[in-house]
Write a protein that binds this ligand. Structure first.
Ligand code: NAP
Ligand code: MG
Length: 402
């Protein structure tokens, strides 16, 4: 069979530890035998980020803006332990944070459902997609630890130098302060990204914040969503037979638990971070979750929702066998290749991406799976395989489909 040709390169962001090992296996076993892969490669592994003073992360985000579609491997966000482990010059920032800030997008995370794995909430028979605003709030905060006997104020200086002040707190004893911000523009693109995605999926969208307590900050989010919805989306939603509604986050949590799934839940940055982990866990595993960052100007960055699976990597380094789940990383690749195929009008590439996903799900439903799924699956004929054999089992099915 002739290899499938591409016209525009994909931006390829390599990463760290076990996911870096999986990254190469996926390319070797499942992609390069079928696709004449065109990619612009950026090594976001911590060693190379340190060598380039993190410039490579910025370059990869700029390349993503240029080409429009990227696929990213999980990367280490350094902490104190990593400083020594990798002999780092600085505690480099989270690459995801850097890329999200540059692309100013919304992250959509959807669980991958397979037969044999019943969610912890068994009534969740359809996927719940979490839409997470990826700019600002606590991820762009300014913090201080302050001694006793002072006063903290919120000060805004306008362009003519006039000040508006609010007292935050008079500190009799020592304490802590945090400053947060967001931009109307970013909230507007968050709203549009959510409404567009809902129309794409033909699913309802819910949005929730804590506007009863945060009467200006969270309330602004609520108002912007409503204005944009009424002006630009109401008719389209009516036509598509889908619904937008706003509710308080406490109420949303209760409704989500009682629901059957099949909708998008839009969350502010921090809520989305936490709730997507909760939802992923309830559906089974972070390794069974797709994740894509969509920017307001239609740029897509696909990634896995989980980390670099450090514990498995150390086993791998010792020469021990691992059984690490590659599904999320695989779906990042298939998502990026499909989007490239759609944008460049390459039906063969789109079909390949569809088959790769079908073959993956088929493999698990045939009973062949990695350890994490083996522990959860209710299939009677289930069999646990190692990291590489899982990919080879997918390849057998993919070959037959293509
Ligand atoms: P993690 O890599 O997601 O792994 C946590 C645990 O979840 C693993 O030890 C493993 O459990 C299980 N797990 C996660 N992914 C799995 C997979 N694909 N297959 C099988 N089991 C899987 O999180 P972490 O250990 O907290 O973080 C490790 C590194 O990843 C950190 O340096 C962190 O900065 C980074 N990180 C990166 C991203 C990103 O780039 N998107 C996101 C989160 C964290 P068992 O060990 O019990 O098998
Ligand atoms: Mg998280």
């Amino acid at each position: 069979m002739a290899k499938i040709q591409m016209t525009t390169p994909i931006v390829e962001m390599d990463g760290d530890e076990m996911t870096r090992v999986i990254w190469k296996m996926i390319k070797d076993i499942l992609i390069e035998p079928y696709v004449e892969l065109k990619s612009e490669y950026y090594d976001l592994g911590l060693v190379h980020r340190n060598e380039t003073n993190d410039q490579v992360t910025f370059d990869s985000a700029e390349a993503t803006k240029k080409y429009g579609v990227a696929v990213k491997c999980a990367t280490i966000t350094p902490n104190a332990a990593r400083m020594t482990e990798y002999d780092l010059k600085e505690m480099w920032k989270s690459p995801n944070g850097t890329i999200r800030a540059i692309l100013d997008g919304t992250v959509f995370r959807t669980p991958i459902l397979v037969k044999g794995i019943v969610p912890y909430i068994p009534t969740w028979t359809k996927p719940i997609t979490i839409a997470r605003h990826a700019y600002g709030d606590v991820y762009k905060n300014v913090e201080m630890q302050v001694p006793a006997g002072g006063k903290a104020e919120l000060v805004y200086t306008d362009k003519d130098g006039n000040e508006t002040r609010e007292t935050i707190h008079e500190f009799k004893n020592s304490g802590i302060i945090q400053g947060l911000h967001n931009r109307d523009e970013s909230i507007e693109s968050f709203a549009r990204a959510c409404f567009n995605y809902a129309l794409d999926l033909k699913e309802d969208i819910w949005f929730a914040t804590k506007d009863t307590i945060s009467k200006k900050y969270d309330h602004r989010f609520k108002d912007i969503f409503q204005e944009i919805f009424d002006k630009e989306y109401k008719e389209k939603f009516d036509k598509a037979g889908i619904e937008y509604f706003y509710t308080l986050i406490d109420d949303a949590v209760a409704r989500v638990i009682r629901s059957n799934g099949g909708y998008i839940w839009a969350c502010k940055n921090y809520d989305g971070d936490v709730m997507s982990d909760m939802v992923a866990t309830a559906y089974g595993s972070l390794a069974m979750m797709t994740s894509v960052l969509v920017s307001p100007d239609g740029i897509y960055e696909y990634e896995a929702a989980h980390g670099t699976v450090q514990r498995h990597y150390y086993k791998h380094l010792k020469g021990e066998e691992t059984s690490t789940n590659s599904v999320a990383t695989l779906f990042a690749w298939s998502g990026a290749l499909r989007k490239r195929g759609e944008l460049d009008n390459l039906p063969e590439l789109v079909n390949y991406a569809d088959c790769l996903e079908k073959a993956t799900i088929q493999t698990i439903e045939d009973g062949v799976m990695t350890g994490d799924l083996y522990a959860m699956s209710q299939l009677e004929n289930k069999r646990k395989v190692n990291t590489e054999d899982f990919l080879k089992a997918i390849d057998e099915r993919l070959k037959a489909m293509l």
